[in-house]
Design a protein around this ligand. Structure first.
Ligand code: ATP
Ligand code: MG
Length: 538
């Protein structure tokens, strides 16, 4: 982000230089109506990192001015996710704590002749707003006296009207080329109980009125937000000025981050949850921070990715592969290498004594001795993956096992397959092999070359596990997005993992299969595939 962030950094540096501000103060202002997603990680990073550059500070503010969909559970999850990413807000604020001040500033607007109570319906207001080529029409209630407006607004607050019966509008300019300036609604009526203020209020400020006041009240110097608010900036400035706020924050927009084949708006994510298309906000396929955490992403992988996407004035869409590349870089350095089989095929080593189990000490990661050792097991009874065995006569390019061929089992012995056992349906049930004692890994055996190396697990010590294999939840394309859901986004397989996995809570590399982590929602042994070892992208 360092070199890309110039346009915001330049403004901040100039404001310190000129003495306009002595300290940079930014804020991250989520609405507690859902869980944070990876797009929020960009907004978090921008706010926290830029303030840090100048020795400034960042607040977390819950922009909780819509009682209908907000909830304390979202507040808690947002705090948890920010903490998990490693950001520490200096203070936590709630917009709902400012309802009284916002109300008083609205009265000030009325007194100054800059706001009026409108009796028109939402539909009438929208129909009289005009268009980009035509000015809007004045409301018949636009010229109410200050006294009448004060009384009506007071009645709104007292709960004398039904929802939608009256609104408070700013009196600006119905002919403005900027539609947001055409007498925007700034207060509405709602009787929905608020999760913090209960039924104390039945009038609520709208975003365009509330947000600038929240920033000004907290002394935010630079209010960084995504690009969709660019056209709202004149209104933002108008509100701060006309309500006579002593602190004047400056709104600066940056581009939103999008990822291919990933829905990233809370509106969509909420639909997936509410229609039970996913198991919850923290479903391992969701791009929410809690979903990514459950999937096995580390905060470092997410931060590295966000920094690499840079900070641009424009919205940008990056590939899923880019995210996964940063994920792999992070996992590769941290994980132990463990063997597992997803589609088990029974192997009997006919020349190995029954009842004996041999222990082999091996490195958890051959590339990194500091990760330590594990015990690998070998006996007469093993499993290999069905995909590593070919029944039909293979050609020369087949570098795994088949009848008549010899392969190395990772870190153990060469095995030679001499017989295939079929079940009644004619499917391979088991294979019979012999092992060669001389070929033990690490002894420097070079007399023969095996036909490849495959993974295995020892059957009597192996742990039975369920594997969750994930694909994209939604594909990019036309609306409605619910018709673009991937029916194969969650596949389940039953298999085995070697005993050394016991007790490991962190992510591991299951050799040749991918990076996995124990699912944090299940007691049983359930492994989520975080990502494949290599990109399958062509
Ligand atoms: P919704 O999708 O419901 O509009 P949201 O995803 O925009 O919600 P907010 O709670 O409004 O979520 O966002 C909090 C902050 O995070 C805002 O400043 C917003 O601009 C920023 N933000 C949200 N999504 C992204 C994104 N994809 N890229 C960058 N910033 C984002
Ligand atoms: Mg938003």
């Amino acid at each position: 982000m360092k070199e890309h962030s110039n346009f915001i950094k330049t403004i901040m540096a100039a404001d310190l230089e000129s003495g306009k501000h002595t300290k940079i103060i930014t804020r991250f202002p989520p609405e507690p109506n859902g869980y944070l997603h990876i797009g929020h990680a960009r907004a978090l990073t921008i706010n926290f990192e830029l303030a840090k550059v100048f020795g400034g500070t960042t607040y977390l503010r819950f922009d909780d001015t819509n009682p209908e969909q907000e909830d304390i559970k979202y507040v808690n999850s947002i705090i948890e996710d920010i903490h998990w990413l490693g950001f520490v807000p200096e203070k936590i604020f709630y917009a709902s704590d400012y309802f009284q001040e916002m109300y008083q500033r609205a009265i000030l607007l009325i007194q100054r002749g800059l706001a009026y109570v409108d009796d028109q319906t939402a539909e009438e207001i929208s129909l009289t707003r005009g268009s980009l080529t035509e000015p809007g029409k004045h409301s018949p209630y636009r010229n109410r006296s200050v006294e009448e407006n004060l009384t009506l607004f007071d009645n709104m607050k007292k709960g004398l009207y039904k929802v939608g019966e009256k609104v408070l509008r700013a009196k600006i300019d119905m002919a403005s080329p900027n539609m947001n300036m055409r007498d925007p609604v700034i207060y509405r009526i709602s009787y929905e109980p608020h999760y913090r203020t209960g039924s104390e209020w039945c009038i609520y400020p709208l975003y365009d009125y509330a947000h600038p006041l929240e920033d000004a009240i907290e002394g935010i110097t630079h209010s960084l937000c995504s690009l969709e608010f660019e056209d709202h900036r004149p209104l933002y400035d108008w509100v701060v000025k006309e309500t006579q706020m002593p602190n004047v924050p400056r709104q600066i927009e940056f581009g939103r981050l999008n990822i291919e084949n990933t829905v990233m708006s809370k509106r969509y994510l909420r639909q997936l949850v509410e229609r039970e298309k996913v198991t919850g906000w923290d479903d391992p396929r969701m791009p929410t921070l809690s979903g990514l955490r459950r999937r096995g992403y580390s905060p470092e992988a997410i931060k590295e990715f966000i920094l690499a996407t840079g900070l641009s004035k424009n919205n940008s869409t990056v590939s899923r592969e880019m995210l996964e590349a940063y994920l792999r870089d992070d996992l590769q350095t941290k994980t132990a290498k463990i063997m597992a089989v997803i589609k088990p095929l029974k192997v009997t080593v006919t020349n190995y004594p029954e009842g004996e189990v041999e222990k082999i000490q091996t490195l958890l990661d051959p590339q990194d001795e500091s990760k330590g050792f594990k015990t690998l097991y070998f006996s007469r009874h093993l499993y290999i993956d069905r995909d590593d065995f070919l029944v039909e006569k293979p050609n020369k390019r087949w570098k795994r096992l088949s009848k008549g061929l010899e392969v190395r089992l990772f870190n153990a012995y060469f095995i030679h397959c001499h017989e295939v056992v079929y079940d009644q349906k004619g499917e391979v049930k088991e294979i019979l092999v012999t092992y060669d004692k001389e070929t033990k890994s690490g002894t420097g055996f070079t007399a023969r070359r095996p036909n490849g190396t495959i993974s295995y697990v020892e059957a009597t010590t192996a742990l039975k596990v369920r594997f969750n294999l994930f694909g994209p939840l939604v594909f990019d394309g036309e609306e409605p997005f619910l018709e673009r859901l991937n029916p194969n986004s969650w596949l389940v397989e039953e298999g085995f993992v070697e005993k050394a996995f016991e007790g490991i809570k962190e992510a591991v590399q299951l050799m040749r299969i991918g990076y996995f982590i124990q699912d944090n929602k299940t007691e049983k042994r359930v492994l989520n595939r975080i990502v494949e070892l290599r990109s399958s992208y062509k």
